[in-house]
Design a protein around this ligand. Structure first.
Ligand SMILES: [Zn+2]
Length: 254
């Protein structure tokens, strides 16, 4: 009943919600259903988000529990090709590590929410909570780190300052922006090779599959297939919608 109603009248319930298609909303509903049926532990959303209120209402209707979980931020950086000097990394570490962070988390009951304690909401910490493939979590972290190195190079070439605080601030300002040519090129490749591929062939997962996982028979394909099988058996209409809307979403990136 709740599922059919939502299919008829979908609402924005995801940080990825957009006016063009309902792929993120149908998929978020499926992930709530996976939680309800014990196939997955947590669903998360940035807070506050416009869609947060909607997803809390839907979670309640499905008999799930939601909570604004307090944890901390952390700065994940893995050295890639260029090494950012330690004194600059220290500025990022001081600004991020251990700073309070709040996220909206949905689970099947309070006991499961209690088990989270005070989590670290770094990219890798969040990826683990959401059961993303480990190789894809690492790949995402590597990409983010590459982004920091690219913007560091850009600021050193264009920034006309040697003050550590100013360099750090400019790095934040230009991170993954259109000004940094190398970042722009790298992000374009990810959107075309990874995001489009996953929307078309792995529309049941939310995260970007890594280089290995866009290939055949990968950890993420297996995870996608497990979620897809659940949807096909229990909610065939929703299964169809996620496939159809995923293809529409893919078109937005090419
Ligand atoms: Zn992977």
């Amino acid at each position: 009943m709740i599922v059919n109603e939502f299919i008829e009248n979908p609402e924005p319930i995801s940080g990825f919600s957009n006016p063009e298609n309902n792929w993120p909303d149908y998929l978020a509903l499926l992930h709530l259903l996976l939680i309800k049926h014990g196939e997955k532990k947590y669903h998360m959303m940035g807070y506050p988000e416009k869609a947060a209120k909607n997803i809390c209402n839907l979670a309640e209707k499905l008999g799930l529990k939601w909570r604004i979980v307090s944890g901390t931020y952390a700065f994940d950086y893995q050295k890639q090709a260029i090494s950012i000097p330690q004194n600059i990394l220290d500025v990022f570490d001081d600004a991020k590590n251990g700073q309070p962070a709040k996220e909206l988390v949905i689970a099947k009951d309070d006991a499961t929410l209690d088990k989270l304690g005070e989590p670290v909401f770094s990219n890798s910490g969040t990826g683990k909570i959401l059961e993303y493939s480990e190789c894809c979590i690492n790949w995402f972290d590597e990409n983010q780190s590459m982004g920091w190195e690219e913007v560091y190079e850009f600021v050193m070439e264009n920034g006309e300052t040697e003050k550590v605080e100013e360099i750090a601030e400019m790095m934040h300002q230009y991170y993954e922006s259109g000004y940094v040519h190398t970042s722009k090129e790298r992000i374009r490749k990810i959107l075309v090779n990874h995001v489009v591929e996953s929307r078309n062939t792995m529309p049941f997962i939310f995260f970007q599959p890594c280089d290995v996982c866009i290939g055949p028979s990968s950890p993420s394909r297996k995870l996608n297939d497990r979620y897809a099988k659940f949807a096909k058996e229990k909610f065939p209409q929703l299964y169809q919608k996620i496939i159809e809307e995923g293809k529409k979403d893919a078109k937005a990136f090419v």
